[in-house]
Design a protein around this ligand. Structure first.
Ligand code: SF4
Length: 976
């Protein structure tokens, strides 16, 4: 069906609905789909039972909203709770959700299969044998909580705060757990971000202070995606529907992807560039705009920090805009289409076509890069920096159809308690070598521990599976197996995973309909909050019953994390003497624990503009409103916040620096929206930056040191990276110059649209759709290597190899191979997910590790008859085990692309075989460590890190000071 035919059909349907005297769906989705149950009927919704067909059997449902937890998009779900059984029968989209507007990807409805998975963890488990031995006993929550709390309490009392660490994969919430860690006073937050999006973030952070883009796709004229964003990107379902809307309205879509992804198939211009060359192509486009004067001169003059650049780097010139424009032309003139073509392998004429399309966008250029090319390459942060350069040149920044910073399209309500940030600095997560890292150097933890940089006494992994997800998984197994390095490992997880096998406690946590969280994401130019809630609890409360603890309604002893953290914190400081308990105490009932109802009621009543009024109009409290509808739109069309005039009368004692940055002593006005912001430095006399002078007015500007968009990053220049201070092209570690003649780049980062990193092995619908990850290889390469589809291939990395099946295709650039994420799950014995985990043997002799298959998956009898219908045996291969760590020396991101050798498998090779040498992994780690430019030799101000950069937990400024000089850690010391 063509878009026009679809539009005609929708129009006809609308007319038909209106002819009947009804209206299209009136909720925030503003989209009519006949299948959306009107919210007035959510208490009693009747559907025919599809399984009873051809009989017409009616089923009555109560519909309860929650928020999907199967990726970071936080789409709305509606749980259909069977009124007879009080069980969730299915999930569909929530039309009241402003971001997802009633739509979901396959993973949203598949949540129901996660709830009913016969292999899910239902009770707290304690290790009964050696770590990894697979022996467990069920224990009560009290026993687990008391041991964990006692150990944390001792660490805090003995001033071993840095031995408590929480390592999170999918946060799925907005700051709750960070505040718990702050309450404990530990700098123990460790995220997955450096194996995910740090390079993407860094490019944005150095431009605008904010670390994420928020493209207004729906209103764009031209869209540029450096990713397979339509099917698997960040916020991809909410974004994808708006990208398609824009396309229907005539917008052009440009997609960079080395593979013919589903996204590439929707592109008007598909650029299958050599991986790592994306910035070269983007700079050629930028150069076209610059040399042809097709950029927005007024925007550049007002909002770029060009004057600072000229003063700092070109003191031979008067700092005038005319001079800057001349310099700009000089700076970029060598980024010709021919240069970009040579780097990328694209035709120069194709790049020129794209440049001409971009030039027509005006301020309606919506661009996006998050993981993809940024995450794959050393220097990949320049991909997002050069992509945003196009927006900055056109003035397509926070404009209708342009790209916003995330913080303006996101709303995080102020919580009931805000503990201060910890007064300590954890060098296991924020080492001196990476002063500009966007997040914790999480994936280097095994090497840091083995080098003797510290130990961890209590280590939480939470919805995180580093053994499987991270590079160098065998080094993780080595440290997780060593109680001298990790004293107590607590895995908080709804499902079994490879890391949990090496835990001391495995604690069952709820899926998306079994827990509370709030969410807000930058899906479009608006602000909204979504509420995740345990739907059976909400329903029982709707029915007038009281539920004091979410375990009362969850299966088995599955808990939610909010209540878990509150309880654990209370036990750490039962009498309040450590000053911790106050942050989980009730305000309404002094001396008692905070409840989730009080926590969320406070936030919704006190900190969400418009919600109390909206709720009151329906006779509801704000909490009840959120329990009933699951989402609330705080505002729409937020617009160019940076142009807000802040020259208020009460600005006291202002001072302005030579570049127009304005400082004041006036106190900061309170804001209910507590989205984390960078904190530009105060001036020497303690005034805070309030704005920037633009053509005589003081405007809010950007939270960068200069207050402007930083074309020139003085931070990068002063912290040891002057050659990378402008948007530029850095050759990747897999650039052809760095490869041997027989090596090829392997793209290992692309995701399958229907899987979730490590949590979907228990989702039978998803497993049935996707359960393998063959090696994409171009027909010309396959011919050279004498390979056919299905042949076994050995893929050799720096530290080992894996054996995989070939998939010969024209859908990838010649000379590049690719293997998807998500697959190759394994278990060591019977414990684990039997629907998508192979049973494997781990072989271990010194530093030499191997993983071999004992069996794939097969049908099995269980509480779910569908498990007898499992027809697939393949589960793919676990390639990440064979990757060594590649920390980007600036952002800290693990640079995922691999230089590999491909050959036919040896006669004895078996599908799924893995072999790795962790001594080699350590050598590669040290080689990459040498690329770093540490704070103790490059800090311009004697600090560990620029104070203004974001940090999830941010110790007070005095803790940023570099420690006294000390003996460097000698290579080779420690336990390996
Ligand atoms: S995009 Fe899919 S997995 Fe992600 S939140 Fe939405 S429905 Fe869930």
């Amino acid at each position: 069906m063509t878009p026009k035919e679809l539009n005609d059909r929708v129009r006809a349907a609308k007319e038909e609905v209106e002819r009947r005297g009804e209206t299209f769906y009136p909720g925030p989705s503003r989209i009519h789909l006949a299948s959306f149950p009107p919210k007035e009927r959510w208490d009693d919704w009747v559907e025919l039972d599809s399984r009873a067909w051809p009989e017409r059997v009616e089923r009555r449902y109560s519909l309860v909203p929650t928020t999907c937890f199967n990726c970071e998009s936080a789409c709305g779900l509606l749980a259909y709770v069977d009124q007879e059984t009080l069980q969730v029968r299915k999930f569909e989209g929530n039309p009241e959700h402003p971001g997802s507007r009633g739509r979901n990807c396959a993973k949203g409805p598949a949540t129901v299969t996660q709830l009913t998975d016969p292999d899910r963890i239902l009770v707290p488990l304690k290790r009964a044998g050696a770590r990894g031995e697979g022996k467990w006993i069920a224990v009560g929550w009290d026993e687990a909580l008391d041991e964990i709390a006692g150990r944390i309490r001792r660490a805090i009392q003995e001033d071993r705060h840095n031995e408590v660490m929480y390592h999170v994969g999918r946060p799925g919430e907005d700051g709750f757990t960070e505040r718990i860690l702050a309450a404990w006073g530990v700098d123990g937050h460790n995220s997955h971000t450096n194996v995910c999006s740090s390079n993407g973030r860094a490019g944005y952070q150095f431009w605008m202070g904010y670390d994420r883009p928020s493209p207004d796709f729906a209103n764009a004229k031209v869209m540029v995606l450096v990713s397979a964003h339509l099917e698997t990107g960040h916020y991809f379902n909410p974004h994808a529907q708006r990208v398609i809307e824009a396309k229907k309205n005539g917008a052009r879509l440009i997609v960079f992807d080395t593979r013919l992804s589903n996204t590439a198939t929707h592109a008007d211009h598909w650029l299958a560039s050599y991986p790592g060359s994306e910035a070269a192509v983007l700079l050629a486009v930028a150069n076209y705009l610059i040399q042809h004067d097709r950029y927005n001169r007024e925007f550049v003059r007002q909002w770029w920090n060009w004057r600072e650049y000229l003063v700092c780097e070109r003191d031979d010139l008067e700092p005038s805009f005319d001079n800057f424009e001349r310099v700009l032309k000089e700076l970029y003139r060598d980024y010709t289409f021919e240069f970009a073509a040579a780097e990328s392998g694209l035709d120069a004429s194709v790049i020129e076509d794209v440049a001409q399309v971009v030039a027509t966008a005006g301020t309606r250029l919506a661009t996006h890069n998050w993981r993809s090319a940024a995450a794959g390459n050393e220097g990949g942060w320049q991909v997002s920096r050069t992509l945003f350069l196009l927006n900055a040149l056109l003035g397509a920044v926070a404009s209708e159809g342009g790209t916003f910073p995330n913080a303006w399209n996101k709303f995080v309500p102020k919580p009931i308690h805000t503990p201060p940030h910890p007064k300590t600095w954890n060098e296991l997560t924020w080492p001196l070598e990476y002063p500009l890292a966007m997040n914790e150097l999480s994936f280097l933890l095994p090497h840091f521990l083995k080098e003797g940089r510290g130990r961890v006494d209590v280590y939480f992994t939470r919805v995180y599976n580093p053994v499987w997800t991270n590079p160098d998984g065998f080094s993780w197994i080595e440290v997780l197996s060593n109680p001298d390095l990790i004293g107590l490992h607590v895995a908080l997880t709804p499902t079994w995973n490879e890391t949990a096998y090496f835990a001391d406690y495995v604690l069952p946590m709820g899926h998306s309909s079994e827990r509370h969280d709030t969410h807000s994401y930058e899906t479009h130019d608006a602000q909204w909050i979504g509420f995740r809630q345990p739907v059976l609890r909400a329903l029982r409360e709707r029915m007038g019953q009281r539920v004091a603890d979410t375990r009362e309604v969850n299966p088995g002893e599955v808990w939610e994390e909010n209540e878990f953290w509150i309880d654990l914190t209370w036990r750490i400081d039962p009498d309040g003497t450590l000053g911790i308990r106050q942050y989980v105490a009730s305000q309404q009932r002094p001396g008692e624990k905070l409840t989730v109802d009080e926590y969320y009621a406070y936030a919704f009543e006190h900190s969400v503009p418009g919600l109390p009024e909206r709720a009151a109009a329906e006779g509801l409290s704000p909490l009840d409103y959120m329990r009933r509808y699951g989402a609330f739109e705080v505002g729409r069309r937020v617009g160019p916040v940076y142009t807000t005039d802040v020259s208020r009368d009460d600005l006291q004692d202002i001072r302005e620096d030579q570049f127009g940055r304005v400082y004041t002593r006036a106190p900061k006005p309170p804001s209910p929206n507590v989205v984390p912001h960078p904190t530009p430095e105060p001036d020497a006399e303690g005034r805070r930056p309030v704005g920037v002078r633009v053509d005589g007015k003081i405007l809010r500007g950007w939270p960068t040191p200069s207050g402007r968009l930083e074309f020139y990053s003085r931070t990068l220049a002063e912290w040891g990276w002057p050659e990378a201070a402008l948007p530029t092209y850095l050759k990747s570690h897999i650039h052809p110059d760095h490869l041997a003649a027989d090596q090829m780049p392997l793209i290992s980062t692309f995701r399958l649209p229907v899987h979730i990193h490590t949590r979907s092995a228990n989702a039978k619908w998803l497993d049935e759709i996707a359960h393998t990850n063959p090696l994409w290889i171009h027909a010309s390469d396959a011919s050279r290597l004498e390979l056919s589809t299905g042949d076994l291939v050995r893929v050799e990395t720096e530290i080992g190899y894996f054996v995989v099946k070939a998939w010969v295709t024209e859908g990838i650039r010649p000379g590049v191979v690719a293997c998807s994420h998500h697959m190759g799950r394994w278990k060591l014995g019977e414990t684990g997910q039997r629907q998508l985990m192979a049973t494997a043997n781990l072989d271990h002799r010194g530093a030499s590790w191997g993983l071999t298959r004992r069996g794939g998956v097969e049908p099995f009898a269980s509480s779910d008859p569908d498990t007898m219908r499992i027809w697939w045996t393949d589960v793919g291969i676990h390639q990440n085990l064979t990757f060594s760590v590649h920390p980007d020396p600036v952002s800290g991101q693990h640079c995922w692309h691999q230089a590999v050798r491909i050959r036919k498998a040896d006669p004895g090779d078996v599908y799924g075989d893995i072999a790795v040498d962790t001594d080699l992994a350590r050598d590669v780690y040290r080689r990459w460590l040498e690329k770093a430019r540490p704070a103790d030799t490059h800090s311009p101000e004697g600090t560990r890190r620029p104070f203004w950069l974001l940090r999830p937990l941010k110790p007070p400024k005095q803790h940023f000071r570099l420690p006294e000089p000390r003996q460097p850690v000698a290579a080779g010391t420690g336990s390996d």
